[in-house]
Write a protein that binds this ligand. Structure first.
Ligand code: ADP
Ligand code: MG
Length: 248
C-alpha cells in the first residue's frame, strides 16, 4: 500500500450471515477506502443487498466483523446512530416518507438526529435539492413525482446528513428506462465530487465509467474484484463473462 492511499473506511472481515440454514454471506472480507467508488455486481440472490444491509446494521451479521472508521458495527444504540448518520443509504424503492413533503423528507433526520435548527436545515435542504435538480419540487409530496425524481430526492435526503459514504442498492432498477440516466447523472456527479460510494447496480456503463473498482458477487462470496478496465477486459471466469454479456 502506498502512503498516498487513504486508510480503509469500511473493513469487512470474514463476514457471515445465514437465514435459517441458507448461508447468504460465506465469509466476505474486503475494504472500502475513502473516496473510492465500488460497484458490486452479481446474480440475484448472491448476497449483495445483505452485505449493504449488514454494513448499516439493517441486518445483523452472524460472525466476522465490520468496522466503520475503526469502530465495530454492533448493537450499541448510540454508536449505531452515529454510524448510520455517517453511512447513507439509497434503496431501489426510494423509501421516501409518503406523508411528508420533499423538503420535510430532507430536514427530518438533520433536525432529529443532528439537532440542526429548522431554518438552517431548510437552507441546507434547498441547496441539496438544487444539486439534484429538484429545487422546484420542494413542496410536493412523493406521489406527485416521477420515479426518477423520487430517487433524486432520496439521494438528496441521504446527503442531508453529510454522510462519509453512501450505499446504493440498485438505485435505478425500479425506474422506467427513460429515467435511469437522470439518476445515474446525479450519482456520477457525486462520484466526481469525491464521495465514497458502494453501488449495487446492473448498469455496466456506470461501472465502466465511474467505478474505481468492480466486485462480482457469487453465492455469498466475492468471486472477482478489480479496477473496471481490468475487470471487463479479463473477467476472471466464463461465468462472470456471461453475466456481463447478459447485462450489457
Ligand atoms: P441480492 O441482493 O444479491 O439479490 P440478497 O442479499 O437480497 O441478494 O439475498 C441473498 C439471499 O438471501 C436470497 O436467497 C434471499 O432470498 C435471502 N434473503 C435475503 N433477506 C432475507 C430475509 N430477511 N429472510 C430470509 N431470506 C432472506
Ligand atoms: Mg439485492
Amino acid at each position: 500500500m502506498s502512503s498516498s492511499e487513504p486508510a480503509p473506511y469500511i473493513v469487512c472481515t470474514d463476514v457471515r450471515k445465514a437465514f435459517g440454514s441458507h448461508e447468504v454471506l460465506k465469509g466476505v472480507s474486503t475494504q472500502f477506502r475513502t473516496g473510492e467508488v465500488t460497484v458490486i455486481i452479481g446474480a440475484s440472490g448472491s448476497g449483495k443487498s445483505t452485505l449493504l444491509r449488514a454494513i448499516n446494521r439493517l441486518e445483523p451479521h452472524d460472525s466476522g466483523s465490520i468496522t466503520i472508521d475503526g469502530v465495530a458495527v454492533g448493537d450499541d444504540a448510540a454508536t449505531l446512530q452515529r454510524q448510520r448518520s455517517e453511512v447513507g443509504m439509497v434503496f431501489q424503492q426510494f423509501n421516501l416518507f409518503g406523508h411528508l413533503t420533499v423538503l420535510d423528507n430532507l430536514t427530518l433526520a438533520p433536525r432529529r438526529v443532528r439537532r440542526t435548527p429548522r431554518s438552517q436545515a431548510r437552507e441546507q435542504a434547498m441547496a441539496l435539492l438544487a444539486r439534484v435538480g429538484m429545487q422546484d419540487h420542494a413542496h410536493k409530496y412523493p406521489w406527485q413525482l416521477s420515479g426518477g425524481q423520487q430517487q433524486r430526492v432520496a439521494i438528496a435526503r441521504a446527503l442531508a446528513m453529510a454522510p462519509k459514504v453512501i450505499l446504493f442498492d440498485e438505485p435505478t432498477s425500479a425506474l422506467d428506462p427513460e429515467m435511469v440516466q437522470e439518476v445515474l447523472d446525479v450519482m456520477r456527479e457525486l462520484a466526481h465530487g469525491g464521495m465514497t460510494m458502494i453501488v449495487v447496480t446492473h448498469e455496466m456503463g456506470f461501472a465502466r465509467e465511474v467505478a474505481d473498482r468492480v466486485m462480482f458477487f457469487d453465492q455469498g462470496c466475492i468471486a472477482h474484484d478489480a479496477p473496471p478496465a481490468e475487470f471487463f477486459a479479463n473477467p476472471g471466469s466464463e461465468r462472470i463473462r456471461a453475466f456481463i454479456r447478459r447485462m450489457s
